[in-house]
Design a protein around this ligand. Sequence first.
Ligand code: ADP
Ligand code: MG
Length: 352
Amino acid sequence: MIAPGSTIGIIGGGQLGRMLAVAAAQLGYKCHVLDPDRDGPAAQVSARFTRAAYDDVEALRAFGESIDVATYEFENLPVGPLEVLGDKLRPSTRSLAIAQDRAREKAFIEECGARVASWRAIASEQDAEAAVAELGLPIVLKTRRYGYDGKGQAWIRPAEECAAAWRAIGEEPAVAESGVEFLAEFSVIVARWADGRHTFWDSPENEHGAGILRRSTVPCGDAVALQVAEAREAAIAIAEALDHIGVLTVEFFASRDGPVVNEIAPRVHNSGHWTIEGAVTSQFEQHIRAICDLPPGPTDLAGGGAVMDNLIGDEVNRWPELIAEPGLHVHIYGKGEARPGRKMGHVTKVIA
Ligand code: ADP
Ligand code: MG
């Protein structure tokens, strides 16, 4: 067990790291953040900060000596340099390596017995054309690596868009996957301990706009509710196969044929932000409990449910009005410029 008073390393300094650090501080831990950018959201609320590139092995080694356990809040990290952290890194580099490559991820999910949209790995325009011929339309191309918030993706609806889509994703190694006609999107958020114990939260129903999460709602609607049991089985099978320690999020489409896995994130997730006020134990506290081997906290709803809305770009400028609204929990991430498409904060309303 890693006792309160110990230091938790967080690799990645964004809003997820910030909310992890706040939860860790409440339990009496200190956090040490490593990030290539100065003064980011997580560093602002942490005891220590190292500014270093993610592949700076010497900096990672020194960081590793200064902490008792380390975690990551960001998946686009080079895996090799993290090996210097050894067993101190939770979840391990295995979860990271699989989640950061969409082709490996999909193959792995299928090996775990879960459903994914029909897909092909592609590396050329000819491969993309072949995928269109084999899978039919519509198809979405997604770069294997570095995609987030809908970035690195392009749709092919009529086949003539194939060349333009291949160019739009930067002619990078990619996956081509069938468009899923979903009834709704939802996620399963699971926290797993080294000994296999695990907890789930109620599954939020998630609405996206332009590839970015806009709103998560708990409880989910009926169409999703009917698929949660099967989706949880898939999520825990994935977590077990990864030997994952900490929070793992699995994004799903609720389709007419049942739950289809979209992608996994080896970490706390935007669709779980509602748990801060809407559940007895938040995803952030539970992640800290799991990586420190403290007992699991209860994950029941704190009220009747919750609605979480992201504040994207200049929406954060509405804060004076939002903060004046009784019972609305306002979270502002302390980022600099409110660029379009940038997640600047979120608000949660707990339903009575
Ligand atoms: P990101 O890593 O950017 O979150 P996702 O693969 O989750 O990438 O895609 C973002 C969103 O785009 C999804 O939540 C969904 O709304 C839409 N989308 C992605 N893939 C598909 C698909 N195969 N069928 C239908 N919608 C999709
Ligand atoms: Mg996603």
